[in-house]
Design a protein around this ligand. Structure first.
Ligand code: LLH
Ligand code: MG
Length: 384
């Protein structure tokens, strides 16, 4: 059965978080938002889905690049389609992003899994059906009793450890929070959290992404003393030589790149430059499930871990398909937001976690998202 149609369905739903002007997510009063699903349908009416940011996949991108590449093609030739899209990127002059490739790739895997009645993580290798989750906090804020000071982080970390998490990653303060960034405050916060949870919980830090080298080094040296498991994105990732300079001087493992453009090619450059001790890739940043798997296998061949960025079914599928990657990133979490409560457009969340901090791979065919299609169709405001 060939691919028949590609559409983006935009719908309204509710959210209890919102992003600030720099794109960092924080708690918010419940409010209406627009969300969207990419739908790729075959001639038999089977469909595959991927949640997308509507602004990242506008109609001109579908009409100009995606439909001409995939409609009328065999969805089983997923790698061929991905390569064709990847080669279109050069002439698209920025109009066809790695993120768009990633959305299409995930929807195609979902379609294939649904068609054969198997979860994608099994189709891709089925290396494990359970993965430990680390709690990934939201960035720091000014909300009393939220994440406004070292004591808030320490209290939240204790709660997270009681909930079952065996690993916790802090995102500390970043502009536009007025007192950020502040290396000394980051260090005090990491120390308060280590003291609160003791030596047996793995701790990681994802700090302000725009420190200078000397600031990043000062912070990294403090993390070494606090026995942190990794140190993430303290500087702009466009500068590979800055990360090599940092990794050369620190014993705490430096992880990256998370958001750098260039898919698995960029990850190969980071490894060969010695800029990271742990590789990082996620399906939305790296161009989809296929390209993220290439990054994971690359890391495996160098005997280094590849830790997966971000939550969601596509990232879970990569973790279930491979042995590399010790953790699933569960978040972003905040003391005032219930992560386990599904939004109205989902019946259940895909990443429920048990009391030992373990997430079990979904058993449903495809990526395993439990969409509430009735809600989505009742709240549809646009389709392109
Ligand atoms: O800056 C942020 O808001 C976070 O770093 C965010 O991008 C998050 O996705 C992340 O980095 N997780 O690891
Ligand atoms: Mg990060």
């Amino acid at each position: 059965m060939l691919i028949d149609a590609v559409a983006v369905r935009v719908f309204t739903t509710t959210a209890r978080t919102a992003v600030d002007e720099a794109g960092h997510r924080h708690p918010a009063p419940e409010h209406e938002v627009t969300a969207a699903l990419l739908e790729i349908t075959d001639q038999d009416g089977n469909a595959g889905y991927c949640p997308v940011q509507p602004d990242h996949l506008r109609e001109p991108v579908l009409a100009g690049h995606i439909r001409p590449t995939v409609v009328g093609r065999d969805p089983w030739q997923r790698e061929r389609l991905w390569q064709a899209l990847s080669r279109r990127q050069r002439g698209a002059h920025g109009g066809l992003t790695d993120r768009a490739l990633g959305y299409v790739d995930q929807a195609l895997w979902d379609l294939l899994g649904r068609r054969v009645g198997l979860p994608v993580w099994k189709l891709l290798g089925g290396a494990r059906d359970r993965v430990p989750a680390y709690a990934s906090t939201m960035c720091g804020d000014e909300i009393p009793g939220g994440l406004s000071c070292p004591e808030d982080y320490a209290a939240f970390a204790e709660q997270l450890a009681k909930r079952g998490y065996r690993g916790i990653k802090l995102h500390t303060w970043m502009p536009p929070v007025p007192f950020a960034p502040d290396v000394r405050l980051d260090i005090r916060t990491c120390a308060a959290v280590r003291e609160a949870v003791g030596p047996d919980i793995a701790l990681m830090l994802d700090a302000n992404h725009w420190y200078r080298r000397t600031e990043a080094l000062e912070l990294g040296r403090a993390l070494e003393k606090l026995d942190f498991a990794w140190y993430e994105e303290p500087m702009d990732e466009a500068s590979i030589s800055s990360y090599r300079w940092l990794a050369d001087q620190l014993a705490v493992p430096v992880i990256g790149p998370e958001t750098a453009a260039g898919k698995h090619f960029a990850r190969a450059e980071w490894i060969s430059a010695g800029a990271c001790d742990i590789l990082r890739a996620g399906v939305d940043d790296c161009g989809g499930i296929g390209a993220t798997l290439k990054a994971v296998h690359l890391a495996e061949a160098f005997n280094i871990d590849c830790e997966i960025h971000g939550n969601g079914s596509g990232n879970l599928a990569v973790l279930g398909a491979t042995e590399s990657g010790r953790w699933y990133e569960r978040g972003l979490l905040h003391p005032h937001v219930d992560f386990d409560e599904p939004p109205p457009h989902r019946h259940t969340i895909v990443d429920t976690m048990d009391a030992d901090g373990i997430v079990t791979m979904p058993s449903a065919p495809g990526l395993g998202d439990d969409w509430n299609f009735d809600y989505i169709s009742e709240h549809t405001v646009d389709v392109w």
